[in-house]
Design a protein around this ligand. Sequence first.
Ligand SMILES: *Cc1c(COP(=O)(O)O)cnc(C)c1O
Length: 381
Amino acid sequence: MRFATRAIHAGQPPDPPTGAVIPPVHFSSTFHQIAPGKHKGFEYSRSGNPTRAALEKNLADLEGGKFGMAFASGLAAEDNVLRLLRPGDHIVACRDIYGGTFRLLTKIWGPLGVRTTFVDATRPEAIERAITKKTRILWLETPSNPRLVVTDLAAACRIARRRKILSVVDNTFASPYLQRPLSLGADIVVHSTTKYLGGHSDLIGGAIVVKDPDLYSRLYFYQNGVGAIAGPMDCYFVLRGIKSLAVRMDRHCANALTVARFLANHPKIARVHYPGLESHPGHDVARRQMRHFGAMMAIELKNGTLARAVRLVCAVRVFTLAESLGAVESLIGHPATQSHASVPRPLRLKMGIPDDMVRISVGIEDVNDLIEDLEQALKKV
Ligand SMILES: *Cc1c(COP(=O)(O)O)cnc(C)c1O
């Protein structure tokens, strides 16, 4: 079956006892045992819960994996992957990376003895050179945040495989509808289901998907042993969001391409970072490995300053000034004072995030309203 069909049905046949078309939300923390250890598949909701199991099956199917695991947040899912490591182990990660992942790697796992080297992952030789005898994980994110850098997943994962290290791909920006890293050679996919999978800005959640049974049992040991699981209500919300993932993504991407072209031709805009534009350095790779180009973009103003960027994000009326991304409503943000405010300015500039960069998450509203809104807001800067 095709993606849009599987999004609606995978992992959720009608509920056997009642015929309910939607998986019931099972709030029970514990399950009856006929004799000690003899039960219908569930014993305690940290170890497994039927609503969570439905979501986990659904996610595994959509990513082309065998095993899904749902977590309380995207960062909890990432942390669960990092528990595979031991003091002295080394990670090679792409330089352009979600701020929370950067903090998790450097400020939480760093002091525990796990070192990370950040590289320009668009250059395979840079990945190759950074790998040492201690390297256990290659951590990738594409398209990346906030500069929409596109990494060639097949090429990068091939290096990881050859050097016998695990490749992990944060697929949050693309969603499995646009890109399936496991089919391009990745070992582990992680998600913030808070974003496109949930899709409605009404939950925080995360996920891991893998193919390999041994890798799954190691990761499941930590999911159960640490317990950062997704609750049943959040699992229900993600499952509900995923039912419309394909139609939402089609509209998100179509709107984004229109908005990107409008901005690219606007006299006050110096640069539009969007993989769907032919001028984007990752355009050809994105065309190869993604179904469409996503709905995230970043812009820079002509003669841009921090003050003018702040004026722009405050002048919008249809867009909402807020952190996060990937939901039906269009959001706008200013990395220098929001998502990347904790990064020292010289380092932030080196990361390619100037003072005047504005990040846009294009929603599924009528695109004409979005363009008119940006037009009126740009008149004020
Ligand atoms: C939001 C996000 C995360 C973290 O997810 P939470 O659900 O906020 O914990 C990780 N990676 C990317 C790319 C994100 O956008």
